[in-house]
Design a protein around this ligand. Structure first.
Ligand code: SIN
Length: 279
């Protein structure tokens, strides 16, 4: 950490475990070399942040498409003008904050998103930060016995659990609430295709371990979910309007803090498809 291996960007870590701000970059004007360095910083730091960006939805989407194909969220519709962009909106009257549980986006889909980008448009005066946790560290710090057990099992990841709570997300644009069921088994430990490192792939959407009884898997999963988010593995991002975060769903989890009741927060999210099922 701290060694500057980048020629076109300045990378400033924001915590000891993961997360870095990329300084002095205008995402509207990126040549190939700078984009490749940003991608390297994303792989190295797992979540990267940009400040003071000013992008139209067309420009934001064009930037998103440089990362890969767009992943569509199964439960909510995107903007009418840009269906690939999901508006995450909590108004003064809403009671449900989208993403207010530790999770890796779309882990319940067959090919989960590799990356998510979030662009802050309107924020409460205080609060509404997002936490991130490092799933390489979560894996590395498990005992050899637990690693061995988890390496030979898969987790059942379920996306339909929060649907009941979506009734509190009145300002978001739901697709067939309650009808879409997405459940998928993925390895409990996955290997990152770029870094080749192993990470824990058990999060808020994981409800069972394959070939374990429910009575056996629930306490193991509870342990893993608590272990995965110890403060030393985390960083916290304080948003400003115009900030953009891009996180790697293959090696992180995140949590949207809901501490701004009675205030408004509006973000635009683009998720980028993975290139393969987790392995
Ligand atoms: C999400 O989980 O995608 C939303 C995170 C946030 O709003 O901070």
């Amino acid at each position: 950490m701290g060694k500057d291996i980048y020629k076109n960007i300045t990378v400033k870590p924001i915590a000891g475990s993961l997360g870095a701000e990329i300084l002095d970059v205008d995402l509207k004007n990126l040549n190939e070399e700078t984009f490749n360095e940003i991608y390297s910083a994303f792989v190295d730091h797992q979540v990267i942040f940009f400040r003071e960006q000013s992008l139209t939805s067309d420009e934001y989407l064009a930037f998103g498409k440089r990362w890969g194909k767009i992943h569509h969220y199964p439960y909510m519709k995107g903007l009418d003008s840009h269906p690939e962009i999901l508006e995450i909106l909590k108004t003064e009257n809403d009671t449900y904050a989208f993403g207010n549980v530790w999770h890796s986006d779309g882990s319940f889909t067959e090919i989960p998103p590799k990356a998510t980008m979030l662009y802050a448009l309107e924020l409460p005066i205080a609060g509404g930060d997002t936490l991130f946790s490092n799933m390489y560290e979560a894996y590395n710090t498990l005992s050899d016995g637990m690693k061995k057990t988890l390496l030979s099992t898969r987790g059942l990841n379920v996306g339909d659990q929060p649907l009941a709570s979506f009734s509190g997300a009145k300002s978001m644009n739901q697709k067939d609430p309650g009808k879409t069921q997405v459940r998928t088994y993925h390895p409990a430990i996955r290997t990152h295709p770029d870094s080749k490192k192993k990470s824990l792939y058990v999060g808020g959407h994981t409800i069972e371990l394959e070939s374990f009884t429910k009575d056996e898997s629930v306490p193991i999963l509870n342990y893993l979910k608590t272990h995965a988010i110890i403060p030393e593995f985390t960083c916290r991002f304080r948003w400003r309007e115009g900030s953009i975060a891009i996180w790697d769903n293959r090696c992180t989890q995140h949590y949207a803090i809901d501490d701004y009741a009675g205030h408004r927060r509006r973000m635009h999210r683009i998720t980028i498809m993975g290139e393969e099922s987790p392995y």
